[in-house]
Design a protein around this ligand. Structure first.
Ligand code: PLP
Length: 396
């Protein structure tokens, strides 16, 4: 297939893309317009929980699209009700609002916390977030994010997101005042390079928020839906947050996200939250298929076996090359390079023949791995041996 250059030029130029068009995918493999295959350790940035075009999701979308595409968010639809029920039955939350993206779910979380502050805390509205955090690309979620440079990029920012330092409770305490209504964090900072919150820090945040009558919000857009080896990452810490957002993996590759809240935190009045596509039945039908697969007996055990395998393999690579180890939870992991050659390794991996390997380097000294949750053992082994060969190639 010819590369469509005028089509490429017609797309708004918002990032540098390789001249590749991916035309089909199955499981852990993608195929480009030249017929070259790639082993995918990115999966749309931890989105395709069940790999590329999983049959259960394809079937759910086809079946639902023949029934009804869009009755209107002003009416109930069966898949949305079913998915909300599945999420609330499997978590500490009581109600769910479906959105189209992680950023939109986080906007909802921010609105809900501000509403709660108005009802219960005399208008307190500030939400403490963290340096290096990532919550999305809308104005409010960019303001909540702690990415370097984002404070001035589209100034002025949305007010009310003081930044603390992850795993440093004193930095949080120092920011709390009468106007602080919530603390919001990723249980494992994803875009920052797979930085997990510590158990002690999570306990301290939960204590502090209870003590000062504040909400604890977990952004599980990346860590939720089995990615870290439990259905939701907050379960690792044995705490119960008040609000959680989901995205990425929840739709298995189609645009779906969720804002989840406890009964006590669910305080929107009619008309305060909504959206044209919220709870769209095609998207939520896909979500039901993903959810039922992840929660089927044995599925999460296999995720944890693959995670162990990946972790052990990355540690061995680190040892062999004198690198700085690896970190992560479940199938969200990072190899800590000893040099800033992550981007060169990513490029060499993609260009490898006959098969390419898709990797991600969120920081120049890190390689991040986010395979499908149903990745096969021999695919993990292949990725590890390929990474070894690619490092030899890049550094040789
Ligand atoms: C990806 C991500 C988002 C944003 O999700 P979008 O669907 O891109 O809007 C928010 N929070 C975290 C932790 C993410 O990883």
């Amino acid at each position: 297939m010819e590369f469509n250059r005028s089509g490429a030029n017609a797309l708004m130029d918002i990032t540098s893309r390789p001249e590749l068009v991916f035309v089909r995918g199955q499981g852990s493999w993608l195929e480009d317009h030249n017929g070259k295959r790639y082993l995918d350790m990115i999966q749309g940035w931890a989105v395709n929980a069940l790999g590329h075009s999983p049959q259960v999701v394809v079937d759910a979308i086809c079946a639902q699209s023949k029934l009804v595409l869009n009755p209107s968010p002003g009416f109930y639809n069966a898949p949305a009700m079913r998915l909300a029920e599945l999420i609330t039955e499997s978590s500490c939350f009581d109600t769910v609002f479906f959105a189209n993206s992680g950023a939109e779910a986080n906007e909802g979380a921010i609105k809900l916390a501000r509403k709660w502050g108005r009802v219960h805390r005399q208008g307190a509205y500030k939400i403490i977030t963290f340096e290096h955090s990532f919550h999305g690309r809308t104005l409010a979620t960019m303001s909540a994010s702690g990415k370097a440079g984002w404070d001035t990029m589209f100034a002025p920012q949305v007010d009310g997101f003081p930044k603390a330092i992850l795993n440093d409770i004193e930095s949080v305490r120092a920011l709390v005042d009468d106007q602080t209504v919530a603390i919001m964090l990723e249980p494992v900072q994803g875009e920052a390079g797979v930085m997990p919150a510590t158990q002690e820090f999570m306990n301290q945040l939960r204590e502090l928020t209870h003590e000062r009558n504040m909400l604890l919000i977990v952004d599980e857009v990346q860590t939720g839906m089995g990615r870290t080896g439990t259905l939701f990452a907050y379960e690792h810490f044995g705490i119960k947050p008040d609000i959680m957002t989901l995205g990425k993996g929840i739709g298995g590759g189609i645009p779906l996200a969720a804002l989840c809240a406890t009964e006590a935190a669910s305080c929107f009045a009619h008309g305060e939250q909504g959206g044209t596509y919220n709870g769209n039945p095609v998207m939520t039908a896909a979500g039901v298929a993903v959810f039922e697969t992840l929660t089927a007996p044995g599925f999460m055990e296999t995720v944890n076996e693959r995670a162990e395998q990946l972790s052990t393999g990355l540690l061995a690579l680190s040892k062999k090359w004198g690198m700085n180890g690896e970190r992560g939870l479940g199938l969200l992991r990072a190899l800590k390079l000893d040099q800033h050659d992550g981007p060169a390794i990513v490029e060499a991996a993609r260009n490898r023949n006959p098969n390419g390997l898709l990797l991600n380097s969120p920081r120049p000294e890190l390689l991040r791995f986010m395979p499908a949750l149903n990745v096969a053992a021999d695919e993990i082994d292949l990725a590890l041996s390929e990474v070894d060969a690619i490092i030899t190639q890049v550094r040789g």
